[in-house]
Design a protein around this ligand. Sequence first.
Ligand code: SF4
Length: 403
Amino acid sequence: MSVETIPSGAPSPPVAETAPLLRRESIPDQLWRDWRWQFRNRITSLDELARWIRVAPEEVRGVRATQAESRMAVTPYYASLMDADDPNCPIRMQAIPREAEVHDSTAPTDDPLAEEEHRFVPGIVHRYPDRALLLVNDTCAVYCRHCMRRRLTFTSEAEINRDDVDQGVEYIAHTPAIRDVLLTGGDALSLSDERLLELLERLRRIPHLEIIRLSTRAPVTLPMRVSPELAKEVRGFAPVYMVTHFNHPAEVTAEAAEACAHFIDHGVPVLNQSVLLRGVNTSARLIHLLCMDLIRQRILPYYLHQGDLVKGSEHFRTPLSVGVSIMEELRGRIGGFAIPRLVVDLPGGGGKVPFGPDYEVRREGSAIVFRNFQGREFTYVEPPHGDAAVPFEEVYLRKRGMG
Ligand code: SF4
């Protein structure tokens, strides 16, 4: 099969400071909208990068310092969102390596959540009794520099193979406690439609499996990957949820919104997980804007993650207090359903725990004094009875066959 590339006539790398850069308009629409073209033409070198942006010295050093041990890939679409002149651009910071990745002496491990200990077969991470991760590949459209699973994604495109995935499906089929599976890796939408739908079909045949979630950053980095046809097919395996990963309002473009709308319109809810990234989104105004932009597109802000202690991304981490003060700013200024849960995934595999501002000020007998988002104090009085028994509970659970 012939591989179409950036059209001839485009400037050859490396470009001089004043040379015209490629822009979205430089590419014929038909190619631009073709996700396979986007994927084939991912930017993987400094020379290719220099066709889209004026590469800064720290980015040159970063790409050179990391190229031996981690891969870089950026779709032309994601590159087109970059500020061509400013290396502090949040898209550039998420996609282009910095030297700090190889000079990270604080974070001790590339497996901060101890997933390998719970990888009972190569395609499965099974940590919670009722849920499992099915690792479907190690391929992503863009390799995010903050990736917590970089031990898989940054190395080789063949780390997780078809046999691994097949064994993973078998593991789920033989583990009745698993009710909920998250297809991840890698990126669930790096699979072809055929492969994804085949996998969903096999999973749906497992009687005890109730919920299927697809983890994908495609709406953010490769939105043309999502078609109405695919969304409709995925809906056929409901309940299926899509979990995506917008970190900055600059990523909520018309194309990204359209990709999510395909899923939502066909009955596949879309949830968003963001991660706090120092210098990218660690600002209450930006997170506020991001949440508003997402809600406007009917995407539910779900988690706001504290950065994991993953080796190579220490430069992105912030103190816990930064997240807490962002949550302080959000409360009262945006609807509760638009506020993500601030969580830290405990190192060593302890699981996620929520944290955030404490609104309880003091207790005075049965009265509890809270402060609201404006700092004003209000008293809530406890009822005189202390129990919370539900007399009808046993009857109801028996009716559900759970007595
Ligand atoms: S898309 Fe997800 S799995 Fe892939 S590199 Fe980015 S954060 Fe990691």
